[in-house]
Design a protein around this ligand. Structure first.
Ligand code: KG4
Ligand code: ZN
Length: 330
């Protein structure tokens, strides 16, 4: 079907089952499909790992079936192997290994966080250096990126992540999972100045983030108020959660002025945060890059985009060494 070589990539690190096929030479996305499990996890207010694993076992083969016409042109199989939920990572890894053996192809293990960074470059060439803010359900980090294998995390959260705090606030209010989009929407009707939640770590010099204090303050406000207060609480929470990121990053940028700045990860979809970061960057004249909305949350296209670079560098993983590393860093 295709003359050139293709690469198949699988993502199953959390609650999205996704497969992508990328043309190695042109780096163009040829096929991409994702089946999200949000509805199934919604009643629990968060991802239930065992349930997620079972749903991947159903969804991944269904998607793979659609990829059959491309099998003959495949040159490699890539899969997210770190970080993520152990029981869901293995679903993708097992499928990747089975494919690699059956079709006699090399394997490429991809770090999910690198995937989020490369979500900026789907169907595009890379642009470095980048100062990257990664905000997702599992991570809140600032990463200095010079190249694929030159990435340094300069700040991370000491407890909850940015996206996770939205999920928890939504759960406190009896709202749906994932909480990010729901809280963002509710906040539009609220007064962000009504509740004065404390901005974390203000007196501390360290470049790090913390969301557990805000979460507890919001819990008290929810318990003391009624449903009529939820919009104001959501708006005040979103304001302080975003302002916390901006204040810490602003201080860091004074000594590390960015050339290119980007926000990636599921929570980078938040328009309130985007506007605040845009404002923060004004004095630097730095470009702000964002992934297309459909590639902000977990997907295999970004994993495949990293994998084509690794393919070209000959960075393969022997089958016996490819294992899930749930807590691996960048
Ligand atoms: O990247 P992602 O799909 O999965 C992880 O790797 O964690 O991110 C999902 C997270 C969830 O916590 C979700 O609530 C959050 O991103 N999120 C948002 C928004 N959209 C998604 N958080 C704040 N505002 C949003 N608009
Ligand atoms: Zn993610």
């Amino acid at each position: 079907m295709h003359d050139s070589g293709l690469l198949l990539a699988i993502e199953s690190s959390c609650d999205d089952s996704s497969i992508a096929i990328i043309d190695i030479k042109t780096k163009k996305l040829i096929y991409h499909k994702k089946i999200s499990q949000e509805l199934e996890h919604a009643m629990y207010g968060g991802v239930v790992p065992e349930l997620a694993s079972r749903l991947h076992a159903e969804a991944l083969p269904k998607i793979l079936e659609e990829c059959r016409p491309y099998f003959d042109a495949l040159k490699a199989v890539a899969v997210t192997n770190a970080p993520g939920l152990a029981v869901t990572l293995v679903e993708g890894i097992t499928m990747a290994k089975a494919l690699a053996v059956t079709l006699d192809l090399p394997l490429i293990g991809v770090n999910h966080l690198k995937g989020h960074i490369y979500s900026l470059f789907i169907d595009k060439e890379t642009l470095f250096p980048q100062t990257v803010l990664l905000v997702s359900g599992g991570h809140t980090q600032v990463i200095e990126v010079k190249a694929l294998n030159e990435m340094k995390t300069v700040a991370s959260t000491m407890d909850d992540s940015f996206g996770e705090s939205f999920d928890k606030v939504a759960k406190m209010m009896g709202l749906a999972y994932p909480g990010g989009p729901v809280i963002e929407k509710l906040a539009l009707q609220g007064d962000a100045k009504r509740y004065k939640f404390t901005i974390p770590l203000q007196q501390k010099k360290i470049f790090a983030f913390s969301y557990s204090g805000i979460k507890n303050a919001v819990r008290l406000a929810v318990e003391a108020g009624s449903e009529a207060d939820h919009a104001d609480i959501a708006a005040s929470f979103q304001e302080v959660a975003s302002e916390h990121l901006v204040r810490k990053i602003k201080k860091y940028l004074v000594d590390h002025p960015p050339k290119n700045f980007s926000i990636v990860g599921g929570a980078s979809a938040n328009l309130y945060l985007r506007a605040k970061i845009q404002e923060m960057l004004k004095p630097y004249g730095a470009t702000l890059s964002l992934a297309e909305l459909k590639y902000c949350s977990d997907n295999a296209a970004m994993i495949g985009r990293v994998a084509v670079e690794m393919y070209e560098a000959g960075d393969f993983t022997p089958i016996a060494e490819l294992q899930a590393s749930p807590r691996a860093p960048l």
